[in-house]
Design a protein around this ligand. Structure first.
Ligand SMILES: O=P(O)(O)OC[C@H]1O[C@@H](O)[C@H](O)[C@@H](O)[C@@H]1O
Length: 286
């Protein structure tokens, strides 16, 4: 069975709706190849999507899962977080299986990308849902004649009921770059408390996370976050002051979200002509 592509949601953006036989559901915008919503079977929305997001050509959507490629943040000369999140992707396929539903989207280099990044590439984003699990896979192929390097992330905005009650486990002993303090540090404890009792204005790149599972926990909810192929992870929450300066976030939006991003930043990925790379982030609601 083919899933439907519904035009004109939100504000003219093409959105692919996925529904698995058990009722798990997801919505993916072709603008940015951007997962907007994930509802596991029998459970509520797990992703945060800002009600003030713009959904306009050339603009990034605030929330969901932006695809960051080929540059993380301001670490290079390209627009912040690269261009994949602001370009139209094409739908390759969307289908329902026996126990899941899967959509595949593609972005290839174009005159617009080559004007600022002179490389031939093909990105494929696969989103699979079923039961209480979500897999997001990003594949990149060098379709040109010369090598290139990139940094990348799946910039997942997790919805939280109350940031004060949220903790993240699994980071102990890792070195991180604190982008707020512009300094490196070592994560001493396994438990990172967010919200007013913990770290507000949180913006950290944890290096060498590799396949360690992370656990996001709040009162009655636990989400296991796994990654494969990505080396690092980013934790981001703007806190009240920075959030107030973000035009596409409501003033209290920061208290309802926490970004846990699968990323490769510390060691850029290098692809020779014809080579491919694949990275995956998997979420499971316990
Ligand atoms: O506002 P943007 O461009 O979507 O970026 C949001 C945040 O993305 C995070 O990944 C970065 O670590 C932060 O520094 C940044 O502020």
């Amino acid at each position: 069975m083919t899933a439907t592509t519904s035009p004109a949601r939100p504000q003219g953006t093409d959105v692919v709706e996925l529904i698995a036989p058990d009722g798990a559901a997801a919505a993916i915008s072709l603008h940015g190849g951007h997962l907007l919503s994930w509802k596991p079977a029998g459970a509520a929305e797990q992703l945060y999507l800002s009600p003030r997001s713009e959904f306009a050509p050339g603009k990034a959507i605030r929330g969901g899962v932006p695809v960051i490629f080929p540059q993380f943040s301001d670490r290079g000369t390209l627009p912040r977080h690269g261009f994949a999140r602001t370009l139209p992707w094409e739908l390759v396929s969307s289908e329902q299986g026996k126990g899941d539903a899967l959509a595949v989207l593609r972005l290839r280099d174009s005159d617009a990308t080559r004007a600022i990044w002179p490389h031939a590439f093909e990105l494929e984003l696969s989103v699979r849902i079923g039961g209480r699990e979500l897999d997001i896979e990003l594949a990149c192929e060098n379709t040109g004649e010369t090598r290139f390097q990139f940094t990348t992330a799946l910039h997942t905005y997790l919805r939280v009921a109350d940031l004060d009650a949220v903790s993240v486990e699994g980071l102990s002993g890792l070195r991180y770059f604190d982008s707020v303090k512009q300094a490196e540090a070592l994560q001493r404890m396994d438990l990172l408390l967010t919200g007013e009792k913990g770290v507000l204005d949180l913006d950290r790149i944890y290096f060498g996370v590799k396949e360690r599972p992370l656990l996001l926990a709040e009162d009655r909810r636990q989400v296991v976050i796994r990654q494969l192929g990505f080396e690092d992870a980013v934790l981001w929450n703007p806190g009240p002051e920075r959030c107030a300066k973000l035009a596409d976030m409501p003033p209290e939006g920061w208290s309802e979200m926490l970004c846990v991003e699968a990323a490769s930043i510390g060691r850029p990925i290098e692809l020779q002509a014809g080579e491919s790379w694949v990275g995956r982030q998997s979420l499971a609601l316990l």
